[in-house]
Design a protein around this ligand. Structure first.
Ligand code: AMP
Ligand code: GLY
Length: 410
């Protein structure tokens, strides 16, 4: 197949790489570190003919209806329409669907009035969670043990200054605790196939310290997940969700990225995103031994039953994100990246490029964003995969580069 991948980050680099094992892939807009990147838009590429499948990477174009426009142009698309993308675009909508579908999730209320939100906070035992309703690039969530801090966060978020339209409403939730895991559910509107669970490391600093980020590392498979966990997730979460969406007239064809907290009472759903996680899907996707393109095309056709169940290598993958100085608060860009080729020389290592651009002296790359490179090590076990990822990361440098040292254990 000829496949177009939409997006420009590490997730799209990994998707393109894995899809290219069986298919011809173009990435739009891609980045300077991804082969076959083009500035021609997906809509233009599709209009040119010959495209068999479009895979939309990020949430923003999905929320904006790109999948609907491409489907209207007659092309097969993996990614939900704007109606389904509201699961990520509105936390209130996601919680409504979760309640209607009877999914285990945190108790919540959605409010545009600060006094009502604060009154509801007072009925919860704490810790307390305050979220902006709309997309806030991973920065709209406060989890706190301090009720006063939660109350002032409600007022800040609803003042409209901090998040613009995304902050018009807040969702207030009971705080849960336990390890967090990500499960990617490939959906065809009716049924779902779960990929092996992965874990993301969201705080910027070692030992889960410092501010939240888009993700500083990830690993898969997870030794603390039991056999049958993903099948349970399909049955308890994915299928009821797809049924509830269908009841609302939504034919969800794309990936449901379910974020869970593994509480003492079992897995509880924290969030749904409508795309693959970045970076957490990368160590999952690279381990796939079957044809990813065939799986996504079958989902896009509403016919997952026609694709063989995906298979995965019996190894481990550990990913370390190399970030630029100041990330996640104020990333500095424009620094020359040294050592990329040397890092790729480490056995079992692949480096996926995210925030990079072509440097002034053509052969090199420069930093162009907060999360710059995704250094992924594979090996027969976690310890080997991890050692390879860190050996390769240590070969890369630019002024102010930083990364976590405790991904997949210390
Ligand atoms: P979200 O954007 O909804 O995924 O929230 C971002 C992060 O906030 C999650 O990855 C969790 O670490 C944390 N979080 C969200 N909801 C809760 C909750 N109900 N209890 C505890 N932590 C939460
Ligand atoms: N790694 C978190 C996300 O993709 O949202």
């Amino acid at each position: 197949m000829k496949i177009v991948v939409v997006g420009s980050g590490g997730r799209e680099h990994a998707l393109a790489d894995v899809l290219a094992r069986h298919h011809e892939v173009t990435v739009t807009p891609g980045n300077a570190g991804i082969a076959n990147s083009t500035d021609v838009t997906a809509e233009e590429l599709v209009a040119g003919g010959g495209v068999d499948l479009v895979v939309v990477g990020p949430e923003a174009p999905l929320v904006d209806g790109l999948a609907d426009r491409l489907r209207a142009a007659g092309v097969r698309v993996f990614g939900p329409g704007a109606d389904g993308a509201r699961l990520e675009g509105s936390k209130e909508f996601m919680k409504e669907v979760a309640s209607a579908a009877g999914l285990p999730t945190a108790r919540y209320g959605a409010f545009d009035d600060p006094d009502e939100a604060i009154a509801f906070l007072g009925t919860l035992p704490g810790p307390w969670v305050v979220k902006t309703d709309g997309l806030a690039a991973g920065k709209g969530v406060l989890v706190t043990e301090d009720l006063t801090a939660a109350e002032s966060d409600v007022r800040d978020k609803l003042s409209g200054d901090a998040f613009g339209d995304a902050g018009r409403k807040v969702v207030v939730e009971e705080g849960l605790s336990g390890p967090e895991v990500s499960v990617f559910l490939v959906c065809d509107g009716t049924t779902a196939v779960a990929l092996p669970a992965a874990q993301d490391f969201k705080r910027v600093g070692d030992g889960d310290t410092g501010p939240n980020t888009g993700g500083m590392g990830a690993w898969c498979p997870l030794p603390f997940i039991s056999d049958g966990f993903e099948a349970e997730i399909v049955e308890t979460f994915a299928e009821p969700t797809l049924a509830e969406l269908r009841r609302r007239g939504i034919d969800y064809r794309g990936v449901l990225y379910a974020g869970f907290m593994l509480t003492d009472d079992g897995p509880k759903l924290l969030e749904y995103n409508v795309r693959f996680g970045d970076p957490d899907s990368q160590p999952v996707l690279v381990r796939m031994t079957s044809d990813l393109g065939a799986l996504l095309a079958a989902a896009a056709d509403g016919d997952l039953a026609s694709a063989p169940a995906p298979t995965f290598a019996d190894d481990a993958a550990v990913l370390v994100v190399a970030a630029s100085e100041g990330y996640p608060i104020a990333p500095r860009t424009g620094d020359r990246i040294d050592g990329l080729d040397e890092s790729r020389g480490v056995e079992g290592v692949t480096v996926f490029c995210a925030g990079v651009k072509r440097g002034s002296d053509d052969g090199t790359l420069e930093t162009a964003g907060g999360r710059v490179l995704n250094v992924l090590g594979r090996g027969p076990d976690v310890a080997t995969a991890r050692a390879r990822a860190y050996e390769a990361t240590a070969r890369i440098s630019w002024p102010g580069m930083h990364y976590r040292h405790d991904i997949a254990g210390s």
